[in-house]
Structure formats: structure tokens, C-alpha cells
Design a binder for this molecule. Structure first.
Ligand SMILES: [Zn+2]
Ligand SMILES: [Zn+2]
Length: 257
């Protein structure tokens, strides 16, 4: 887990739970799959021994902005496959080129970095099969966001950022995550905080706990941490979590499935 913070990097009082924005690296045999390139992406080492894939949930800045701040992107000789189930490869290329060029960024990375290869998610699914089964689900977020699951013979992981949970999602989400050893959940807010943030596209810690109990899963990790929340505040909330099935994402930690 390279980036566990939501919305904006948060360097102060967050050494334990993390201050970088969304980025999760999954290593499976010859594959390196990265979910989102928030500021945590600067700490991902692209691995020449594996094929590298980046899958975007959506394009809010906290899920994008780390892409050109990873030095190994510039030195990598092998293709880096970029994709999102939210848009096709041409739209993806245009969005990333717009974000990182012109008046917004000093280097037109899409033109300069020939190793960036933009692909439709259906092509990625075929490239990963049969060793890895990649599935997608539409989430509830302003502008859209897509959840992913990765399933191998050794286990299953589901990634559900960013998402504002609604009761109507219960059955489709339960079905989607069924059998997951690990679910990464958007629990940016507490239930109290969520009251004034309805429509912002994020769920609560409490909803994550309820969902974890209802779902046939091994463990649920709450992430996309609210920027102002300090380590001390997380520690005190962690003591009140109702189940050992739920914990907070800790930046820099690894989970073996
Ligand atoms: Zn986000
Ligand atoms: Zn978002």
C-alpha cells in the first residue's frame, strides 16, 4: 500500500497511516498491477522482471498526480500498460495528456514517454487471462469511478475506491466481492462527518464495518483516509472497530494472500 490518504497529500501527523494519495501495488508471479497513481505512486518500483499495468478507478487528481513523479517510469524500457474501465483508451490518453502537459505540467509525458501504452480494459483482461481474472464494477462517485477485482488460483482482492455507498449497491457489491480475501474500501468519513458530505462520493468507516459483516470476505481494509485525521485519532477509532475483520489501511504495509 503506497498511498492511503484521500483527496490531498497530508504530511503532518500521519506517519503511521500514511499521507500519500491512492496507490496500491499488487504483485502476482510475472505481473505487477497498480491501482491508481496518486502521490503514493512515487514509491512504486517498476519491475523489469514483470509486466507492469496501471488501472485507474477514475481521474480525480488524487488518483493521477503521482504518475510522472516516479523516476522508474522515465527509465523503464518495457511497456507500461495504462487502462481504465471508466473510459476507452483514446479518452484515457487524452485525459492524461491534458493533465500532464500545456499550462498544467511542464512535460508532455504522453508524447515523451513512448513506453506508456494506453489500452482498453477488455484488452487488459485478455492479456492477464487465464492466470488472472480481472473483473470490474461501476461505483457511485461524481464523474464516475470503477471498482476492480483480481482473482487468481491463490486468492481474490477487490478494490472499491472511490465510492459513496448506497443501499441499492448492497447486493451487486456483495456479489462482486464474494470470496475476496481482501477488500479495499472507501471509508473516508465517519458517519457523523458524512452527514454534511452527502454527494461528495465517499462512504463511511461505519458502512465499511456493516458491509464487512454482510459480505463473504476475509478482511476489509478502510482507506482513502480523510486528510485532517491524525494517527492518534485513527488509533482511537481503531480501538472501537467492532470486528477483527476490519482495519485501517497503513501506508507501506504489505498483505500476502
Ligand atoms: Zn479519491
Ligand atoms: Zn474521486
Amino acid at each position: 500500500m503506497h498511498g492511503t490518504r484521500g483527496s490531498i497529500p497530508q504530511p503532518s501527523q500521519t506517519a503511521k497511516y500514511g499521507g500519500n494519495t491512492s496507490c496500491y501495488e499488487i504483485l502476482i508471479d510475472g505481473y505487477q498491477i497498480v491501482f491508481d497513481t496518486g502521490t503514493g505512486f512515487q514509491n512504486v518500483k517498476l519491475d523489469l522482471e514483470r509486466e507492469s499495468f496501471v488501472l485507474y478507478s477514475h481521474f480525480h487528481h488524487d488518483h493521477l498526480q503521482g504518475l510522472p513523479f516516479n523516476s522508474s517510469v522515465f527509465s523503464h524500457d518495457e511497456p507500461i500498460y495504462l487502462s481504465s474501465a471508466l473510459v476507452n483508451r483514446n479518452v484515457l490518453r487524452n485525459m492524461i495528456q491534458t493533465y500532464f502537459s500545456g499550462g498544467y505540467f511542464p512535460v508532455d509525458i504522453v508524447t515523451v514517454l513512448k513506453q506508456l501504452k494506453f489500452m482498453n480494459v477488455s484488452t487488459i483482461q485478455r492479456k492477464l487471462a487465464p492466470e488472472i481474472e480481472l473483473d470490474v464494477i461501476e461505483l457511485n462517485h461524481p464523474g464516475g469511478s470503477m471498482g476492480y477485482s483480481i482473482k487468481t488460483k491463490n486468492g481474490k482482492l477487490s478494490y472499491l475506491l472511490d465510492n459513496e455507498y448506497q443501499d441499492s449497491q448492497l447486493d451487486p457489491l456483495l456479489d462482486f466481492v464474494k470470496g475476496s480475501d481482501l477488500v479495499i474500501w472507501d471509508g473516508m468519513f465517519t458517519e457523523e462527518e458524512l452527514k454534511s458530505k452527502v454527494g461528495w462520493g465517499h462512504s463511511s468507516i461505519e458502512q465499511g464495518c456493516i458491509f464487512a459483516e454482510a459480505a463473504e470476505i476475509g478482511h476489509l481494509i478502510i482507506s482513502h483516509h480523510n486528510p485532517p485525521r491524525t494517527d492518534a485519532q485513527f488509533d482511537s477509532i481503531a480501538n472501537t472497530l467492532p470486528s477483527s475483520k476490519v482495519s485501517f489501511a497503513i501506508q507501506g504495509s504489505e498483505v500476502r494472500i
